[in-house]
Design a binder for this molecule. Structure first.
Ligand SMILES: Cc1cc2nc3c(=O)[nH]c(=O)nc-3n(C[C@H](O)[C@H](O)[C@H](O)COP(=O)(O)O)c2cc1C
Length: 305
């Protein structure tokens, strides 16, 4: 006879856990889910976003991870979003973070740069370039067609573009912690956005120090990790990966280099930092079950609560 199961309330799920230097009251984390509800003009947070997160933080006590927040205009990718690159933008997200804290939960601000998977028409309309690790290496034929239709071409990120991206991650991370009061910053290195594109051999055909071998393809994401450790402390930094994800042109298990080999190096580098006293607050891994984006990049989402 099988042993009777303990009630859910007695399982580890409802026991506290230390993440970084913070003790969460339970082990429940709300996954980052972009809802595209920021103000379209200046990409700032608003009362709708505050209500969305404070509702979910009530009676929780765990971790709430934000929508993916763009680190810069060149990194937006979608028609609507949130940014905290300037102090003024960050001030608009602060009431949301405060509301999550007042409800007894903790807040992680997820930061991303969309790169080659940006909606081409959005970038064109805003006078922004379509950037990725390598020129002309689109996620798929549809993305290439969309770029042609929009009259824009996928350009290789220059070393200056890469330096700027790193600075933008740092600036947004500092604002997340110092202005918004976020407990953590999560580096979005998943979902085949820019950092994942650099990791993936099918997207990254570079011949400089950011491409060509496993170590070089991991260079950018590890530089962002190190910059954020320096800026806000390892105990506040989380990171998200999706090694197996093929949506958005990822190689998954079918790459020229198997994702296990590629990501084993990455995880070992994080562990090396941990052993040097710079252990990240958390590492999140997901295996996507998403079916796809809609052509205009709105995820088919409603703006209603
Ligand atoms: C509507 C929607 C929006 C999402 N937005 C993000 C996002 O902004 N950042 C991110 O890292 N993951 C995002 N995800 C992925 C989720 O965080 C999660 O990793 C994924 O849904 C896998 O979890 P599941 O297997 O429980 O669905 C999104 C998922 C959905 C359904």
């Amino acid at each position: 006879m099988s042993k009777p199961q303990p009630p859910l309330s007695k399982t580890n799920l409802f026991k506290p856990i230390k993440v970084g230097s913070i003790e969460l009251q339970n082990r429940i984390a709300m996954a980052p889910m972009t809802r595209l509800r920021g103000n379209p003009d200046d990409f700032t947070a608003n009362d709708t976003i505050k209500k969305h997160f404070s509702d979910r933080a009530k009676n929780n006590g765990g971790l709430i991870i934000s929508d993916a927040i763009s680190v810069s205009w060149p990194g937006i990718g979608y028609p609507v979003g949130i940014m905290i690159q300037t102090k003024e933008q960050a001030q608009k997200l602060k009431p949301t973070v405060d509301a999550v804290h007042e409800a007894g939960s903790y807040f992680s601000a997820q930061l991303f740069h969309v790169g080659r998977n940006a909606v081409a028409a959005v970038m064109k309309a805003r006078g922004l370039r379509l950037l990725g690790p390598s020129a002309g290496v689109y996620g798929d034929a549809e993305a290439e067609e969309a770029a042609k239709e929009a009259g824009i071409e996928l350009e290789e990120m220059s070393l200056d573009d890469i330096d700027q991206l790193k600075k933008d991650f740092v600036k947004s991370a500092k604002n997340a912690v110092e202005v918004c009061g976020a407990d953590f910053v999560e580096i979005h290195a998943a979902s085949n956005y820019t950092l994942a594109q650099f990791i993936d051999i099918s997207a990254n055909k570079r011949t400089d120090k950011y491409g060509g071998c496993i170590e070089n393809r991991c260079r950018l994401v590890l530089e962002v990790v190190d910059d954020l450790i320096d800026a806000i402390g390892a105990e506040r930094v989380g990171i998200k990966f999706s090694p197996y994800m093929t949506l958005g042109g990822g190689s998954g298990v079918d790459g020229e280099i198997h994702c296990i080999a590629q990501y084993a190096f990455l995880y070992s580098e994080l562990e090396r930092r941990a052993k040097e006293g710079k252990r990240l607050a958390y590492v999140s891994n997901y295996e996507a079950r998403l079916a796809g984006f809609t052509k205009d990049g709105d995820f088919g989402l409603s703006t209603e609560l």
